[in-house]
Design a protein around this ligand. Structure first.
Ligand code: ZN
Ligand code: ZN
Length: 423
């Protein structure tokens, strides 16, 4: 579709914003943890089924994943993806629709739950886009798939849907598209060619000492001292071993050992998260982690070899050149100067690209801003963006509903129509 035709077409169709804003507040106040997106999935399925356009809806794929397929004549097959899960974070936004929800997680521990990553925007935007694109179906041709993915945060949902026979149930898409709300000024849309989000590898590392009385350290091997040595030394990987021109992050997100003051524990557990954007750098960092952990255990007289277990893994997200060129043309024409085609590659990670890469199909992903314009401008003026703008996963993460929602819906519709040929 010619870009100008596409833009005029998009302007002819809209949705009831009051309805979708209320729906957003509903999802925000009723978040569900990864693996447990029961009500969110049920609501999405029932709304898709209620659209007169005739989406074929299939549920419970790879957990609570669901898809709606709208077959609308010859043409390309386009998959739009939203993730549904929330996080174990206690909401502190003070919003009148803030979450007060608690849930038992997979380890049976009760946790506060919050949509602190904005997946409620993704679900609501995709439902609205599904309705809006259906209303325009006389003006495009092809197959539209809207996919609601469970468990993005724990890195398993996309793979679980594929492993559960997703592509036996629905057509394989020609292109997979996704988006994420970010702490940028509202109306901002950013994308880039090539790497768009980092690869992530996480590990649980168990270090073994010999426990005993706190008053007799000479009769023990103290895993706390061993763990502190490991953590400190791990922080030299990025500063001393990685080429300064390359990107890498090594974060120790959890360090646990012991129960009380006067007992030396027999083990310590260190959880490490690594982000990279280049396979060679990744392999070097992972090898360094193993070398350092083994070396520190040896130096401390550990009672046995450390146990290094992979916990989660996200692939590198790469925006396909041909597909992204087309999406960028549409975004540039519609969003004008508000669209940034060279947004920095994010240090964050996503698993959505598995929906395409598992079938050898191209993907494109973009970001859209959710921070109130005045709040952003004030913070920027005062040089306080880092301090005053809550980021994803913060208890204060509170994107403004509009124009964030409108941007998310426009972007999804535009990107889909870019590939759905005119009748
Ligand atoms: Zn997240
Ligand atoms: Zn997220």
């Amino acid at each position: 579709m010619a870009t100008q035709d596409l833009i005029s077409l998009l302007r002819t169709s809209t949705v009831d914003f009051d309805f979708y804003e209320a729906l957003y507040r509903h999802f925000h106040s009723q978040p569900e943890l990864s693996y447990q997106e029961v009500q969110t999935a049920a609501k999405a399925a029932s709304l898709l089924r209620s659209l007169k356009a005739g989406y074929e809806v299939q549920t419970s794929i790879g957990g609570h994943g669901l898809v709606g397929v709208l077959k609308n004549g010859a043409g390309k097959t386009v998959l739009l993806r939203a993730d549904m899960d929330a996080l174990p974070v206690k909401e502190d936004t003070g919003l009148d629709y803030a979450s007060k929800v608690t849930m038992r997680d997979r380890d049976d521990i009760v946790k506060p739950v919050m949509h602190a990553c904005g997946h409620d925007f993704h679900v609501t935007s995709l439902l609205a886009a599904a309705e809006r694109l259906a209303k325009m179906k006389d003006s495009w041709s092809g197959t539209l798939i809207v996919l609601f993915q469970p468990n993005e945060e724990r890195a398993g949902g996309a793979q679980a849907m594929v492993d559960d026979g997703l592509y036996d149930k629905i057509p394989v898409p020609d292109v997979v598209l996704g988006q994420h709300v970010m702490p940028r000024k509202t109306s901002y849309v950013g994308s880039r060619m090539g790497n768009i989000m980092s690869e992530a590898d996480s590990f649980k590392i168990t270090l073994y000492g010999r426990g005993g009385h706190g008053s007799m350290p000479h009769r023990t091997v103290d895993p706390v001292v061993m763990a502190v040595g490991v953590v400190t030394k791990l922080q030299t990987i990025v500063s001393r071993e990685v080429d300064p021109d390359q990107f890498a992050v090594v974060t120790v997100g959890s360090l646990q050992a012991g129960q009380t003051e006067n007992i030396i524990s027999d083990r310590a557990e260190v959880r490490v998260n690594v982000r990279t954007q280049n396979h060679e750098v990744r392999n070097r960092v992972l090898a360094s982690i193993r070398r350092i952990v083994k070396g520190e255990c040896e130096a401390s007289g550990a009672t046995k070899e450390p146990l290094i277990e992979e916990t989660t893994k996200f692939p590198l997200s790469v925006n396909d050149e041909a597909v992204t060129t087309e999406v960028h043309k549409s975004f540039e024409a519609f969003f004008g100067d508000l669209f940034d085609p060279n947004t920095p590659c994010s240090t964050a990670s996503e698993d959505y690209s598995i929906l395409g890469s598992s079938q050898g199909k191209p993907c494109c992903f973009w970001f859209f801003g959710g921070t109130d314009a005045k709040t952003w401008d004030d913070a920027e003026k005062n040089g306080r963006l880092a301090e005053d703008i809550p980021v994803n996963h913060s208890p204060f993460f509170a994107p403004v509903i509009q124009p964030t929602l409108a941007t998310g819906i426009d972007a999804l519709c535009l990107a889909a129509l870019t590939f759905l040929k005119t009748s």
